[in-house]
Design a protein around this ligand. Structure first.
Ligand code: SF4
Ligand SMILES: [Zn+2]
Length: 128
């Protein structure tokens, strides 16, 4: 229709938008593999985790040029939810290489950068 434009996501929010789409995909993959859920079904625990993760993402103060939650210094998750999402990432992350390679490699590159940054900070601290 003439005059109607679809709203484009600003570049700096693209990673955040992508994460909102892919977190449920990862949790579903995990639930299928570990809890034997089928199709669109999720077990109660994974359904709660999906809702919680999406809620946290919506409230995230680091939406702009967002990095993965695993490298966040604040980590806003409750301890039990944090343990659950860590399990999901550990299990589903490597499996994303085949279905969502760009997302998976972005995670690997961010992890390398994050570890490098931690090493630099530790070195600087040791030199004080
Ligand atoms: S863990 Fe950090 S990056 Fe992830 S949603 Fe919470 S505040 Fe945002
Ligand atoms: Zn499950």
């Amino acid at each position: 229709m003439k005059g109607t434009k679809t709203q484009k996501t600003p570049k700096e929010l693209k990673a955040w938008e992508k994460e909102k789409k892919l977190i449920p995909v990862m949790i579903r993959k995990y639930c299928h593999g570990k809890h034997k859920a089928k199709g669109e079904e999720l077990c109660e625990e994974c359904r709660a985790l999906t809702e919680y993760a999406l809620f946290r993402l919506e409230k995230c103060p680091f939406k702009v040029n967002k990095k993965f939650c695993s490298f966040c210094r604040v980590h806003c998750y409750k301890p039990d939810m944090r343990e659950r999402i860590k399990d999901v990432m550990k299990w589903a992350g490597p499996r994303m290489i085949f279905t969502h390679p760009i997302f998976a490699f972005r995670h690997v590159f961010q992890m390398i950068g994050y570890k490098r940054k931690l090493r630099k900070e530790a070195k600087a601290k040791a030199n004080v």
